[in-house]
Design a protein around this ligand. Structure first.
Ligand code: CAA
Ligand code: FAD
Length: 380
C-alpha cells in the first residue's frame, strides 16, 4: 500500500486541529489532569467546530470527511490533550460511525444528528466486570418482552460515562446462541433504572470521565435495537475496527507530542558546556523516536486509507493500534529521560504524556488482543 497523499483539504483540517489544540486545549491541560476535571467547555467548542462528528454525512449534522482527515485531527489534539482525544474518538468512531452505518433512518434522525453536531455526547458500552478482552462473555441481559427489552446488568470502564446522554449498550438476549444472541441497544441517560456509578481514579487520561453504568429493569423500546436480532456482537466488533484506528491516532499524537517537546528541550538544555542535543546519546534517542513515530504514522494513515477505499481494514487497524500504542509508551519514557529531572515534574508535560500513553495499550483491545486479531487474519 502506497502512503496516501495529503490534499489541501487534509492539511487544512490538520491546521485547524493544531490551532484548536494550542489555543483551546493547552491552557489548563495540566490542571484538568491534576484535578481530573472533564473539559466541558473545550468539548462544547469541539462540537461547534465539527470535531465530534467528522466522518458523518452532512445530512445528519456531520462534517462528511474521510478517515484520513479524522486521524490527522486526532493526532494534533492528542499531542496536547490525550483526554480530549479519547472523548473525541469514542464519539466519532464508536458511536457516530456505528449509528450511521447500521442504524435505521429514524435512529439516525433522532440520535445521530445531535451526536454528530456536538449537541450531546455518546458512549459505547461493551466491557463488563467479567468481560473485557473476553467480550463474548456478556452478562448484561436484554430480555425480549415483545415490544421492548428489559435490561439488567453492569457495564464497566465507560468513557464519557457521566457526560454522555446516549449510550450504545451491548447485552445478551439469547444466551444459548452465545455471541450470535447479543444485541446493541440505544439507551438514553434519563431512563428509569439507568444509573451512573462511581468515577474511576486513573493513572492517565484523567480529564476523561470513566464510570461504571448500572441497568436495573431498564425498558428499551424494540425500535432502539441496532440491526437484526443477534447482530450486537458483530456490530461491536465492526465498530471497534474503526475505533482502533482512532486510538492508534491518539497514541501517535501522544508519541509525537512528547517527541516535539523533547526535541525542543534538547536544544535548550546545556550540559558539559553544550546543548544536550549535541551529545550523541541524545541524538540517537531523537533519531529512534522520529523513525518509530514516522513508522507508526504510516500504519495509521494506511489503516485510514484502507477504510476510506472500502477495503478490509481489520488487520490494518489492529496493526496500527498495536504498533502506535507501543511507540507511544516507549517514546514518552524516552522523552522523560531526555528532560532529566525536569521530565519528572508536571510543568514540562512529558510525565503526563507518559501516564496517558499506557491506556492506549489497554483499551479498545489490549496489545495481546490486537496480536490475536492480526494472527487470525494472517492464518485465515
Ligand atoms: N471484526 C469483525 N468481526 C470480528 C472481529 C473483528 N475485528 N473480531 C472477531 N469478530 C467476529 C468473528 O468473526 C466472530 O463472528 P462469526 O462467529 O460470525 O464468524 C465473532 O466476532 C466472535 O469472534 P471469535 O470467535 O474470534 O471470538 P473470541 O471470543 O475467540 O475472540 C475477540 C474475540 C477478538 C478476542 C474479541 O472478543 C475482542 O476483540 N476483544 C477485545 C474487546 C475490546 O476491544 N473491547 C473494547 C471495548 S470499547 C473501549 O475500550 C473504548 C475505549 O476504551 C475508549
Ligand atoms: P482482561 O481481559 O482481564 O485482561 C487482563 C490481561 O490478560 C491483559 O493483559 C490481556 O491482554 C490479557 N489477556 C486476556 N485474554 C488473553 C488472551 N486470550 N491471550 C493473551 N492475553 C490475554 N470499555 C468499553 O466498553 N467502553 C469504553 O468506553 C471503555 N473505556 C475505557 C476507558 C479506560 C480508562 C479503561 C481502563 C478501560 C476502558 N474500557 C472501555 C475497557 C477496556 O476496553 C478493557 O479494560 C480492555 O478491553 C481489557 O479488558 P480487561 O480490563 O477486563 O482485562
Amino acid at each position: 500500500m502506497i502512503h496516501p497523499r495529503l490534499t489541501e483539504e487534509h492539511l487544512a483540517v490538520q491546521e485547524a486541529a493544531r490551532s484548536f489544540a494550542r489555543n483551546e486545549l493547552l491552557p489548563g491541560v495540566t490542571e484538568r489532569d491534576e484535578f481530573a476535571q472533564f473539559p466541558t467547555e473545550q468539548v462544547r467548542k469541539m462540537g461547534e467546530l465539527g470535531f465530534l462528528g467528522m466522518m458523518v454525512s452532512p445530512e445528519y449534522g456531520g462534517g462528511g470527511m474521510d478517515t484520513l482527515s479524522y486521524v490527522l485531527a486526532i493526532e494534533e489534539i492528542a499531542k496536547i490533550d490525550a483526554s480530549a482525544a479519547v472523548i473525541m474518538s469514542v464519539n466519532n468512531s464508536l458511536v457516530c460511525y456505528g449509528l450511521e452505518k447500521y442504524g435505521t433512518e429514524e435512529q439516525k434522525r433522532q440520535y445521530l444528528t445531535p451526536l454528530a453536531s456536538g449537541q450531546v455526547l455518546g458512549s459505547f458500552c461493551l466491557s463488563e466486570p467479567e468481560a473485557g478482552s473476553d467480550a463474548t462473555s456478556q452478562r448484561t441481559l436484554a430480555e425480549d418482552k415483545g415490544d421492548h427489552y428489559l435490561v439488567n446488568g453492569t457495564k464497566n470502564w465507560i468513557t464519557n460515562g457521566n457526560s454522555s446522554s446516549i449510550s450504545l449498550v451491548i447485552a445478551q438476549t439469547h444466551p444459548e446462541l452465545k455471541h450470535k444472541g447479543i444485541n446493541c441497544l440505544i439507551v438514553e441517560k434519563g431512563w428509569e433504572g439507568f444509573s451512573v456509578g462511581k468515577k474511576e481514579k486513573k493513572l492517565g487520561i484523567r480529564a476523561s470521565d470513566t464510570h461504571s453504568l448500572m441497568f436495573n429493569d431498564v425498558r428499551v423500546p424494540k425500535e432502539n435495537r441496532i440491526g437484526d436480532d443477534g447482530f450486537g456482537f458483530k456490530f461491536a466488533m465492526n465498530t471497534l475496527n474503526g475505533g482502533r484506528i482512532g486510538i492508534a491516532a491518539q497514541a501517535l499524537g501522544i508519541a509525537a507530542g512528547a517527541y516535539e517537546l523533547a526535541l525542543q528541550y534538547s536544544k535548550e538544555r546545556k550540559s558539559f558546556g553544550k546543548p544536550i542535543s549535541e551529545h550523541q546519546a541524545i541524538q540517537f534517542k531523537l533519531a529512534d523516536m522520529a523513525t518509530r513515530i514516522t513508522a507508526a504514522r504510516l500504519l495509521v494513515h494506511q489503516a485510514a486509507a484502507c477504510k476510506d477505499a472500502g477495503e478490509d481494514y481489520v488487520q490494518a487497524a489492529a496493526m496500527a493500534k498495536l504498533f502506535a500504542s507501543e511507540v507511544a509508551m516507549w517514546a514518552t519514557i524516552e522523552a522523560v529521560q531526555i528532560h532529566g529531572g525536569y521530565g519528572y515534574v508536571q510543568e514540562y508535560h512529558v510525565e503526563r504524556l507518559m501516564r496517558d500513553a499506557k491506556i492506549t495499550q489497554i483499551y479498545e483491545g489490549t496489545s495481546e488482543i490486537q496480536k490475536i486479531v492480526i494472527a487470525r487474519e494472517l492464518l485465515r
